[in-house]
Design a protein around this ligand. Structure first.
Ligand code: ADP
Ligand code: MG
Length: 691
């Protein structure tokens, strides 16, 4: 049960004034469902604006306040995705456009009656020959005095929210912050010059002061380390089972290749762990295409040889299916029973799988998170394999581990190259095996950076490629076309590109993205994997694990919008067969210095670990992180930079606290419990109670 002191923080966001279902939806999209989430929704930056008398005094990119009089409303044609525009006139008779995309336009209709002057605050952009303000931050009837502070916070938004709305909500949330006991030692706090928790949160909305942000980031890192250490302590308490295989099944495997040295070594390490009674907690790290699947398969066969079951968890439906097919083929000569369980298995099919797991006739199960459900019971689960580990939280990992009568061994796998300095935060103190050797015969992928304006040439290149009988991927980004309106153009971009390419290539093109119905998505994927479709247009759903060796060309549109780790993953989809592969990174115009350097790095190397390390260097200076946006890391507050700086400190402090007070019963331990709840790592605390 959550400590009472935290109740005001965990109150639903709906309890704030001005939050109805309409506002709740976009808030949920940002993960802001509780009062505490809003308090921690820190501004991304601050803008300072100045008032201008007329448009001639302003220039593109400037944040301004200006009096304008609407002269005409232009709604988009029915059914079109176009924006809603209001043309407005300044005192000197210059005209500019006020522009809204999506549902936000409803507000515009009411707030801007034709002929009545309004004060508008926002950023001047260019629209053809005139200036425009997209999604003005403020619209007021009165004077500029009501336009908010001249320096004001800029929050991350989603469609349906405005800056003033979010600012108002965070203000209410901050007013409700209770006083909490301090979990950082007073001496340490003073030495670092950090504010107390409540002050830090309030200041966090007013400045980007380093000490303030550091204090808040430290809290998050401390909570994470503490929770991981609690899990580890619990793992030591739980008994596992020593499993040894006799090698009979492994010898029968249908393997079209010899294992690499790194694969053999990793399998030996896993075998060694599984032979111990203490449950294995091992991470298999290996670049895309390094051959992790077959290592996992060998581990699972050890469990089966020892008379136990093994379960393999994949992050997506597509990947689960693919693993299932791969395993089924390789396992054919062994007679081992393998089944697939995803959220879509219903009725009789599902029943029969559940029965098979319970009576032990199914020896290996592959699936998505559906294999976590309470209704899924194993006769004797000996090993859990988790593919693409970073996609799952530790909580899920635990709930699966809790399935066995005794703790099963756990093998986590990841292709995400994480800088060494950060592995601790992601994986706690797991043992690590590295597949640092690619299977033989792989050719380097020819990577080129091409201006997006050379689209015609690129398409012609794709045409030649398809004509030669090979296949290709075409990836579109999760576009954030307009500041503050995420994913508006996301699907539109992939769909529009698909439509254009379909005109050229007809039925050879297939479209797959995350918002299609799963059956349709899978059918599309299958058409491509079977070679029926030659060109796959997709969003990042193909990022993880998809394996089509005949696809040898990868086009990535607006490559600068992806994180480097993501680009690396995407590129890893090609270069899987013996053919020479090519990756075209299309870049938009107006790329920053850093942006150029990042793409150049992609061209230069294919070493995922090097890419990760250098990306970290390149980003430097307080830029907000890719990992956070893509939800890879479970950190909402701490930036990569802060993690590097503060994680060793936080981890050391957590360890010290655990040594002194492993039950978290001292006053500081009690305070730390609050912290664990605050950052939703209370699974750590729940273990304490169970133990
Ligand atoms: P990942 O590590 O990205 O999960 P996979 O397990 O999907 O990689 O393997 C990538 C490809 O390499 C597969 O087609 C697989 O059959 C092949 N492969 C794996 N190990 C070897 C090996 N030792 N020799 C040759 N090919 C291999
Ligand atoms: Mg894989």
């Amino acid at each position: 049960m959550r400590p009472e002191a935290l109740n005001p923080l965990f109150a639903e966001a709906e309890s704030l004034e001005g939050v109805g279902p309409k506002v709740m939806k976009p808030l949920e999209k940002l993960g802001l469902t509780r009062v505490k989430d809003l308090a921690y929704h820190l501004p991304e930056r601050f803008v300072s604006r100045h008032a201008i008398a007329d448009l001639d005094a302003g220039s593109e990119g400037e944040q301004v306040i200006i009096a304008l009089t609407p002269i005409e409303h232009r709604a988009p044609r029915a059914g079109s995705r176009g924006p809603y525009r209001v043309l407005a006139q300044d005192a000197a008779g210059n005209i500019c456009a006020l522009t809204w995309f999506g549902k936000a336009a409803y507000a515009a209709k009411k707030l801007l009656p034709v002929g009545e002057q309004r004060w508008i605050a926002g950023r001047l952009d260019r629209y053809g020959d005139m200036l425009q303000i997209v999604h003005p931050d403020h619209i007021e009837v009165d004077s500029a005095a009501n336009m908010g502070r001249l320096s004001e916070p800029v929050y991350r938004l989603s469609e349906g929210l405005t800056q003033p709305k979010v600012a108002g909500l965070t203000e209410q949330a901050l007013a409700r912050l209770p006083e909490l006991p301090e979990w950082i030692e007073p001496g340490q706090l003073a030495k670092a010059g950090w504010p107390a928790w409540r002050d830090a949160l309030r200041l966090g909305h007013e400045t980007t002061d380093e000490k303030v942000r550091d204090r808040l980031a430290y809290d998050e890192l401390l909570a994470n380390s503490l929770a991981l250490l609690l899990v580890k302590a619990e793992g030591r308490r739980r008994k596992g089972q020593a499993l040894a295989g006799d090698g009979v099944l492994c010898a029968k495997l249908q393997m079209p290749f010899a294992l690499t040295g790194a694969q053999t070594r990793s399998i030996a390490e896993i075998e060694g762990d599984m032979a111990q009674e203490a449950p294995m907690l091992r991470l298999l790290q290996g670049d895309v295409g390094a051959g992790k699947t077959v290592v996992a398969l060998n581990a699972m066969l050890i469990a089966v040889e020892a008379g136990k079951q093994a379960a393999m968890l994949a992050p997506t439906e597509i990947l689960a299916r693919q693993h299932f097919e791969t395993l089924r083929k390789m396992l054919a000569p062994t007679g081992v029973e393998v089944a697939l369980l995803t959220g879509r298995a219903k009725g009789r099919e599902r029943e029969s799988i559940l029965m098979g797991l319970m009576d032990g006739s199914i020896q290996i199960l592959v699936g998505t998170h559906a294999i976590f459900q309470d209704t899924v019971n194993y006769r004797d689960l000996g090993l859990v394999v988790i593919d693409e580990q970073h996609r799952f939280g530790v909580a899920q990992r635990l709930s699966l581990a809790a399935k066995g009568r005794r703790a099963p061994h756990t093998l986590a796998m990841t292709a995400t190259p994480i800088p060494r300095s950060l592995t601790l935060a992601q994986y706690g103190e797991m043992d690590v095996s590295r597949l640092d050797e690619l299977p033989p015969g792989r050719q380097a992928i020819d990577t080129r950076v091409v201006g997006q304006d050379r689209m015609e040439e690129v398409v012609a290149g794709v045409e030649r490629h398809l004509a030669s009988g090979q296949q290709a991927y075409w990836v579109c980004p999760m576009v954030r076309e307009i500041d503050g309106v995420p994913d508006l153009a996301d699907i539109a971009a992939a769909e529009a590109r698909y439509a254009a390419l379909k005109e050229r290539f007809g039925d050879a093109v297939v479209l797959v993205h995350g918002q299609l119905r799963p059956e349709i998505k899978d059918a599309g994927m299958e058409r491509f994997a079977s070679g029926q479709a030659r060109l796959l247009v997709a969003t990042t759903v193909i990022e993880v694990g998809v394996d089509v060796p005949a696809a040898t060309l990868m086009v990535i549109e607006q490559a600068e919008r992806f994180g480097l780790a993501q680009l690396h993953q995407l590129r890893g989809r090609v270069g899987r067969g013996a053919e020479k592969s090519t990756c075209l990174l299309l870049r938009g115009s107006g790329l920053s210095e850093t942006g150029r350097a990042r793409l150049a790095l992609m061209r230069e190397t294919q070493d995922g670990f090097r890419i990760a390390e250098e990306d970290l260097e390149l980003r430097g200076g307080g830029e907000l992180l890719g990992t956070r946006q893509s939800g890879e890391a479970a950190f909402r507050i701490a930036s990569l930079e802060q993690m590097q700086k503060l994680l060793p400190v936080a981890h050391g402090d957590a360890r010290l606290l655990m040594e002194r007070d492993g039950g978290l019963t001292s006053p500081r331990g009690e305070a730390a419990r609050l912290l664990l709840y605050l950052f939703e790592r209370d699974w750590g605390v729940q273990l304490l109670r169970g133990g």
